[in-house]
Ligand binder design. Sequence first.
Ligand SMILES: NC(=O)c1ccc[n+]([C@@H]2O[C@H](COP(=O)([O-])OP(=O)(O)OC[C@H]3O[C@@H](n4cnc5c(N)ncnc54)[C@H](OP(=O)(O)O)[C@@H]3O)[C@@H](O)[C@H]2O)c1
Length: 287
Amino acid sequence: MKKNILITGTSTGVGYESAILLARNGYKVYATMRNLGKANNLKQAIEQENLDIEILQLDVTQNDSIQQAVQTVIDKDGKIDILLNNAGAGFAKTIEQASQEEIDWVTDVNYTGVIRTTKAVLPYMRKERAGHIINVTSVGGLVGQPFNELYCGAKFAVEGFTEALATYVSEPFNIQLTLVEPGGIATEFLNNAVAKTVSKEGEFASGEYAPIFQKYMEGIQNRSGSEEVSPYQTGKEVAEVILQVAQSENPPLRIRTSAWAENFTKLKTQADPDGSGIVDQVKRDYL
Ligand SMILES: NC(=O)c1ccc[n+]([C@@H]2O[C@H](COP(=O)([O-])OP(=O)(O)OC[C@H]3O[C@@H](n4cnc5c(N)ncnc54)[C@H](OP(=O)(O)O)[C@@H]3O)[C@@H](O)[C@H]2O)c1
């Protein structure tokens, strides 16, 4: 039987590219998205290449939709081999300027959603004594960046959640965990984040924060042209790393997806680049 994979957030970007690449490489893909009205591009790709991809509705903020999608996969295949938690959304606003509704939303999409899907698939993986949960975080899950405290906080949380889980589910239950940590990716992500950031008056930030925010935005815009190694990569390139991790017999806990991401996080990661050292230490100390 083919290995299957359930992917969240496949309407665009990394999720879309991963669905196609993994199907091309022999996986049965359950490509989920919150809004099935955005499935046209994926449907076309499936038809053109006759790909083994089934599209399901799944909103990571809605427990019912997660349960329903997971149950569909279990009814069909009786197992879930790989869960790719890819859905996420950028957000850049000062904590003072973000509304409580926005704060809850950033946390829900980027962090609590990962917990919900993981909680839903874990019993099936444990029963099979096999499984791999791949969580797409970011260099922002390792390094805090200006005006990204809410997004970075959520991604740091996914890093901690994943690292902790990895300490006690790998050995007895053969469930692997991996954190995929990209730098910038040329997807809809930045446009969506900017759309949420701009105020009704067309400003990014007001008051005393405005000049600092302006400098930050200019820095981001000038970055790709001025650095030797580009901070940006394509969704396809990130999908290649995800494929490599999915196919690995012994997947890393952590992996950066580009030279830029590796360099940007070096101070945090050089002592234990793939995260295996710290997990082994914790296992020795506690288990
Ligand atoms: N792009 C970057 O610069 C960058 C850098 C580092 C890490 N990342 C991470 O990479 C992952 C993929 O992002 P991307 O660059 O491919 O961005 P993207 O093109 O904007 O894709 C994000 C996906 O998440 C989906 N999504 C948003 N809210 C959701 C919800 N409540 N339930 C289910 N799906 C939801 C989006 O669906 P809709 O189309 O319906 O909104 C879309 O399919 C994210 O976890 C992101 O944080 C991105």
